[in-house]
Design a protein around this ligand. Structure first.
Ligand code: XIL
Length: 443
């Protein structure tokens, strides 16, 4: 059973309710729910963090991993001809040990290229050779081990024209077809994707992507899927999201939501987290509804491993777990969409501290212990006074105070708190200067 504490006081009349939406150990892991629906539920990961709680959650909850940075060109070939596969290898090994897929990310991009490449001046032939080598080397290294590759990343501008990049400027738009062809030659079993952001709804950019995929298919270029990154803003899931997924599916390609996060202006509030859960559910439901939507990958599963605060000033809290690995309402929304039972935690007992009356040197306080969906056969409540308050007398409980630390336990006759019932005890205490309400724990 889970115990949460509620605190009220004369000064702070409103109760602060400790969030009860924690996942139970008994909850079915997201990956099992997803597997039962034939879907992928993935997360981007940082290799160096794959131990302890981070590793436990990554391994237990997700059936697919995407290296957040480890397979990018600047990571794998920081100087020309010098390769560093350490983090990528580590992530692939972790995935294999945990029976997870890996989504390779990413082979051709304008960003996170090493300086020697980005700042070099290359003839088209040289550039084409460099790209072919890079793709062949990296895809061959992981041949047979990866489910999919985000081959080309972020090729379009918002208006649907091609983005001016090293690749487009040097090789023309056909660098995309060539990259796919080289990747397919190196690993015919990996599903090959084009990935982009702001292509979640029907708009000029997603339509350009749609037209490209259509023409690649018509030419027989190996293209298996479209990746919708889905770096979304709270309350702004495009209304045409599912329709857009469906139109790509109807072209005969798979669709993956590859980098889902839903950012909010900080600080987060309960209302924002509730909205975020609704948004996550909308995204998940859309993917679940379309057969060719293979699944959803979140871009980091914990707010402690999210790119958002670094890149979007004042925004954060974008992932399904908070910085301390507590599941947020968004976690439960994902589970619900994947067919998990949406029952909230089974119940809780709470302790509420309040000041009943106060005079110049003393006050009378009370603590109410109430249970809903849970019950107690004995109880113990504790708190630490922050301003020198001192208890002199208690009733309906046995209280001891040592220094600032107060501990109260039930009397012989009121240890039982039934489901839906409550017990109250009271005390007198002295104060001077101020009388702040302490944080109470029930345990
Ligand atoms: C981000 C990483 O998460 C950050 O750690 C890094 O500093 C910048 O790149 N679209 C993509 C991802 O395709 O590769 C990006 O990842 C986020 C936007």
């Amino acid at each position: 059973m889970r115990l949460t504490a509620v605190f009220t006081g004369a000064a702070a009349a409103a109760a602060l309710l400790a969030a009860g939406a924690t996942a139970h150990a008994a909850d079915t892991p997201l990956r099992d729910l997803a597997a039962a629906k034939g879907k992928v539920i993935g997360t981007a990961v940082t290799g160096s963090k794959l131990t302890g709680t981070y590793g436990d959650i990554a391994g237990a909850q997700f059936n697919s991993l995407t290296p957040g940075n480890a397979m990018k060109w600047e990571t794998v070939e920081p100087s020309r001809g010098t390769f560093n596969w350490a983090e990528a290898d580590q992530i692939v090994a972790f995935a294999q040990a945990h029976n997870q897929q890996v989504r390779g990310h990413t082979l051709v991009w304008h960003s996170q290229n090493p300086g020697w490449l980005a700042n070099g001046s290359w003839t088209p032939t040289e550039l084409s050779g460099l790209l072919q080598n890079h793709i062949t080397t990296e895809v061959t290294r992981y041949k047979g081990k990866l489910a999919a590759w985000d081959v080309v990343n972020e090729a379009f501008n918002e208006d649907g024209t091609y983005r001016s990049t090293l690749w487009y400027n040097g090789l023309g738009s056909d660098y995309i077809a060539q990259a796919l062809t080289w990747a397919h030659a190196a690993d015919p079993s990996a599903k090959l994707y084009i990935n982009d952001y702001n292509v979640e709804g029907v708009n000029a950019k997603s339509t350009a992507l749609y037209n490209l995929v259509k023409s690649l298919k018509a030419r027989g270029v190996p293209i298996d899927g479209v990746g919708l990154q889905a770096h979304l803003i709270l309350g702004q899931v495009p209304s045409t999201f599912q329709q857009n997924i469906q139109r790509f599916a109807d072209l005969g390609v798979d669709v993956a939501v590859t980098e889902l996060d839903i950012r909010m202006q900080l600080p987060s509030t309960d209302a924002k987290l509730t909205q975020q859960a609704a948004d996550y559910k909308t995204v998940m439901d859309a993917c679940v509804a379309v057969t060719r939507c293979v699944g959803v990958t979140v871009w980091g599963f914990t707010d402690s491993d999210s790119w958002i605060p670094d890149v979007f000033d004042g925004y954060g809290a974008a992932t399904p777990y908070d910085e301390n690995y507590a599941p947020k309402p968004a976690y439960r929304a994902i589970a619900t969409s994947l067919g998990g039972t949406s029952t909230p935690p089974t119940g809780a007992c709470t302790a509420t501290y309040s000041v009943v009356s106060q005079w110049n040197s003393g006050f009378t306080g009370q603590v109410r212990i109430a249970c809903s969906g849970a019950s107690l056969s004995s109880w113990k409540v504790g708190w630490t006074y922050g301003a020198g308050q001192q208890i002199s007398q208690a009733w309906n409980a046995t209280c001891t105070q040592s220094g600032a630390t107060v501990s109260c336990s039930n009397a012989s006759y009121n240890g039982t708190v039934a489901d839906g019932g409550s017990v109250t005890f009271g005390f007198n205490a002295s104060w001077s200067g101020s009388n702040p309400v302490p944080t109470v724990t029930l345990g």
